[in-house]
Design a protein around this ligand. Structure first.
Ligand SMILES: [Zn+2]
Length: 203
């Protein structure tokens, strides 16, 4: 039975590498995959997915309002698709997550979504919220805070190197993201003063 998967993580956890490797495994076995990537912040006509270790593949772009069931079904009519991969799945609309669920339920094609769970303010993205609600399988892609704990949060560093506490959910350009554990994220965001916890167990 096909399933809807959501692999979620913070920034720089190697999600795109995992996606491209998994797609490659299908193709190596003679099967066809369809790759989708968010087109919201891209100017090029042709989408692509690239990873930090140099893997790259062409991909179809999705934008707000696109019907992803129709898009997949059209490709599938032309040439059978064995798996759909979606990168930057946090940018999916709620309706698009449901369209992908129908790809699973009606076309019996597995859909593997990869994306961020929360933004730099610790809020769910729209696509992540819907995927967390209805995906069949949730898989956490792990990355580590400099302290050694699991990193579940992300901070955004502006051009001045300082942690951004407000602003748009997504910044385009030279901003840098760092993955942190929840404890250090709260400290970096200025939500708690570490000194307040001196003397408490484990503080
Ligand atoms: Zn930490």
């Amino acid at each position: 039975m096909a399933k809807l998967y959501f692999h979620y993580a913070t920034m720089n956890a190697g999600k795109s590498t995992m996606l491209l490797q998994a797609s490659y495994n299908y193709r190596e076995s003679g099967m066809h995959t369809l790759l989708l990537v968010a087109g919201h912040y891209r100017k090029e006509d042709q989408g692509y997915i690239s990873s930090r270790i140099g893997l790259e593949s062409d991909a179809d772009m999705f934008r707000d309002g696109d019907d992803l069931f129709e898009l997949v079904a059209e490709h599938h009519r032309h040439r059978p698709i064995h798996c759909v991969f979606v990168d930057e799945a946090q940018f999916l609309e709620d309706a698009q997550v449901w369209q992908l669920a129908r790809v699973v339920d009606r076309l019996d094609i597995p859909v593997m979504c990869y994306g961020l769970r929360t933004d730099f303010q610790g809020k769910l993205f729209s696509g992540s919220e819907a995927l967390l609600a209805i995906a069949d399988e949730l898989r956490e892609v792990r990355t580590i805070c400099p302290c050694g704990r699991k990193a579940t949060m992300v901070v955004r560093l502006g051009p001045d190197g300082k942690v951004a506490k407000q602003g748009d959910q997504v910044a385009i350009g030279k901003d840098v993201y760092r993955s942190l554990c929840r404890r250090h994220w709260e400290e970096e965001m200025g939500r708690v003063d570490p000194e307040d916890f001196i003397g408490f167990a484990g503080g």
